[in-house]
Ligand binder design. Structure first.
Ligand code: FIX
Ligand code: ZN
Length: 424
């Protein structure tokens, strides 16, 4: 039965978006059996690098980043809590996220009393396994994609020589290979040595093929350094086949592997790292790079599928135009400094207007499990609002709408379009 009024449409869209179970196409989460790599709980939430960077804007000169990072996690969290939640109101997006998370967990009363110690006691009673169930249920997550770096020893020990078993229905892996595009030969060499593979271009290919077999990733993922331009054929022909640099690792290793193994490459453009190294993970910045680098990849590698997200706000429009031209390109999420309601709203409007439902509206980028709760709640509120407007406009144009039709579209925007693209 068609929905008969603006109000009926708005309330249907609102509840369908709230209720949809999402596929989170990019996170930095780990399953419980990865030990300390799995981050969760109040102290991790408070020391998220977004909050640490915000803390340092106004931190006293006596607390340098060096001193801060030398403290125990709980002491770091105390400083952030006191500065950003007690001395001022937590109105930034990252701060509000902590508040939303605690409220959704049912700790509203403790938040009301600003009782950090009671909050800690509540978390101390949770188990990692039980907490994963709780968070996935609250945040309404079908499954998440994880970030798995074959060049990080602290990660690879969980996979090699013996792989740990974990819940692969809820944690899908992504093979993260930034070291190739940054030409970080030191860490590539270490990984080669670990598996006794020779230090050649062929060797790097072999290494990644081993990791594909071990990790069974759904895609390759890498950030694209701002200095990397798509190397021309002419440029490539000047390199001896054995030359190892980011251009050859891109064109002689990553792209051929993607094609041979039918693994899409998920790119992240426009980050620059670091602009203030003392802040560690929080020290990276944003820069506007050329969207045409991606256009060249899509054009020259029609058999490779690309997922892409851009960090610079000004690139979002150009990116949509690109996605409108290439069936081998799929846009995902509003990344990091774009994951703020004002920008999510703007980006989502442009995307729907140019692409309809052929994109993935958001990813969480959660590093701390609990963040799934607020990142999805906040994003859904904004994206749902935009969709309400879009469907009401369509209704006024003369198109009748049913709840089922809207549900089909919403499912696409929160994971279905990603799966369709992956299966293409
Ligand atoms: O490159 C990435 O995957 C980024 O998302 C992270 O490195 C970044 O630190 C982050 O957490 C942003 O949300
Ligand atoms: Zn990330």
């Amino acid at each position: 039965i068609p929905l008969k009024s603006d109000d009926a449409i708005r309330s249907a869209v609102k509840s369908l978006v709230e209720e949809v179970h999402v596929i989170d196409v990019h996170t930095h989460l780990f399953p419980p059996n990865h030990g300390k790599l799995m981050l969760w709980g109040i102290d991790e939430l408070l020391t998220y690098h977004y909050l640490v960077a915000e803390y340092f804007i106004t931190a006293p000169a006596t607390i340098t980043p060096e001193k801060f990072f030398a403290l125990e996690k709980q002491a770091q969290a105390d400083l952030v809590w006191d500065s950003l939640f007690i001395q001022r109101s937590p109105i930034s997006e990252a701060c509000r996220g902590v508040v939303t998370t605690l409220s959704e967990l049912g700790l509203g009363e403790l938040v009301e009393r600003r009782d950090l110690n009671e909050v800690r006691k509540w978390f101390a009673k949770q188990t990692p396994e039980g907490y994963v169930d709780k968070v996935f249920e609250l945040a309404k997550i079908k499954y998440v994609l994880t970030t798995n770096i074959p060049f990080e020893k602290k990660e690879t020990v969980h996979w090699y020589p013996k792989a740990k078993e974990f819940d692969t229905n809820r944690f899908h892996t992504g093979l993260r290979v930034d070291q190739l595009l940054t030409g970080n030969w030191e860490s590539i060499k270490e990984a080669l040595d670990e598996m006794a593979i020779e230090h050649t271009i062929e060797g790097v290919k072999q290494l990644l093929e081993k990791w594909i077999t071990i990790m069974k990733p759904k895609y390759f993922m890498t950030a694209v350094p701002p200095t990397l331009e798509f190397p021309s054929d002419e440029e490539m022909s000047t390199y001896a086949p054995s030359t190892i640099n980011s251009a050859t690792l891109l064109r002689r290793v990553l792209l051929p592997l993607a094609e041979q193994h039918h693994l899409p490459i998920a790119f992240k453009f426009d980050s620059v790292r670091p602009i203030n190294p003392a802040l560690r993970e929080g020290g990276d910045g944003v820069v506007t790079t050329k969207v045409s680098t991606l256009q060249k990849l899509c054009l020259n590698y029609p058999k490779v599928k690309f997922l892409a997200t851009f960090l610079a706000r000004v690139n979002q429009h150009e990116l949509c135009v690109l996605a409108n031209k290439f069936g081998n390109l799929h846009i995902y999420g509003c990344w990091w400094y774009c994951n703020n309601p004002s920008i999510v709203e703007e980006i989502t409007r442009i995307r729907v207007e140019l692409l309809g439902t052929a994109f993935t509206s958001q990813h969480s980028d959660a590093r701390v499990l609990d963040q799934l709760i607020y990142k999805w709640k906040h994003s859904k509120a904004v994206i749902g609002g935009v969709l309400q407007d879009m469907y009401v406009k369509l209704f006024h144009a003369g198109w009748s709408l049913t709840r089922e039709e809207i549900q089909r579209d919403v499912e696409r925007l929160f994971g279905g379009a990603y799966e369709e693209f992956m299966q293409k």
